[in-house]
Design a protein around this ligand. Structure first.
Ligand code: SAM
Length: 294
């Protein structure tokens, strides 16, 4: 898939991600916390969030770095950046700014940031290798980066409980393993390998097991999932009202096991790849990244 398709899909998704902002922030808060931890983010730092969408984890990080620090969020989709800016304004955040930019061409000087993070972004880049190289370029020497990607859908009922039912109605070809897709980096080691190739020093991967908690009814969750996911929206639009009704019924039955009076709670698995820029002087040619080993 070309990046322009990715941009089109996320432009369409922006209003739904903004609409469901509060629930999305809560559901994925454990992933934001893992990125803050693995990127070593603390008060006073300058942090970059690549593919910030409508502002996460940047908006949460604004609270971690405090008034003496700053956070910059970039996304390739202008509607996402508008949504992020609106929320920063509503919260009165003086230390958060947002800018339209593609991961492969970050509009920042070399060595501008103490830490770089990206949550559920790198899988959609046209070239994850170039994106990670750009993250390294804008990191100060020794600065850390951390990226979160989904583990397999079968380990994430948040995705699979509905998508498996929809697939019974709309046939879909498995995407090319290297095409932009939510599960492009689901195989353990795959993103780590790209990080190493890009020159990330001390690169490592960990499996984050957590629970996605959504304070929603089954019907509320149906609305959230079908609006958040471009794939689901596109597939459901091809079906008759009767078929959509059948899917919704099957979904309610399948998801009931994850629901109680406080809402829904899904076991979830994400891979977090992190490391540092660790640039060092090499001869008279300038800075070159240290090559790291597993
Ligand atoms: C799943 S959303 C994640 C949003 C946010 N980080 C979060 O976790 O809530 C993926 C985001 O990646 C952005 N994106 C896709 N390709 C990109 C690229 N090449 N450069 C920058 N952002 C990109 C999309 O516009 C979208 O906002």
């Amino acid at each position: 898939m070309e990046n322009k398709d990715v941009i089109g899909q996320w432009s369409e998704a922006a209003r739904y991600w903004e609409k469901h902002r509060a629930v999305i922030e809560r559901m994925f808060a454990p992933v934001a916390a893992a990125l803050v931890q693995d990127a070593g983010i603390g008060p006073g730092q300058a942090v970059l969030d690549v593919a910030t969408g409508p502002g996460e984890p940047a908006l949460s990080i604004a609270g971690v770095v405090g008034a003496k620090g700053s956070v910059t969020g970039v996304d390739v989709v202008p509607a996402m950046i508008d949504a992020a800016g609106r929320e920063a304004g509503r919260r009165g955040l003086g230390n958060a700014r947002f800018r339209v930019a593609a991961a492969g061409e970050l509009p920042f000087e070399d060595e501008s940031f103490d830490a770089v993070v990206s949550r559920f972004g790198v899988m959609f880049f046209p070239s994850p290798l170039e994106g990670i190289r750009e993250m390294l370029r804008v990191l100060k020497p020794g600065g850390k980066l951390a990226m979160a990607v989904w583990h397999h859908a079968r380990n994430n009922p948040f995705h699979s409980v509905l998508s498996e039912i929809v697939e019974r109605f709309v046939e879909s070809r498995a995407p090319d393993a290297d095409a932009p897709d939510a599960f492009r980096f689901a195989p353990p080691g795959k993103l780590l390998h790209v990080a190493l190739e890009a020159g990330v020093a001390d690169a490592r991967e960990r499996l984050l097991e957590f629970s996605i908690d959504a304070p929603l009814s089954l019907d509320g969750f149906w609305v959230l999932r079908t609006e958040m996911s471009d794939k689901l929206r596109t597939k459901l639009a091809q079906l008759s009202q009767g078929q959509v009704g059948e899917i919704k019924h099957a979904f309610r039955e399948a998801a009931r096991v994850y629901s109680d009076e406080s809402g829904l709670s899904f076991p979830a698995e994400v891979l977090v790849v992190s490391g540092s820029s660790n640039a060092r002087l090499v001869g008279h040619t300038g800075f070159e990244p240290v090559t790291s080993t597993l």
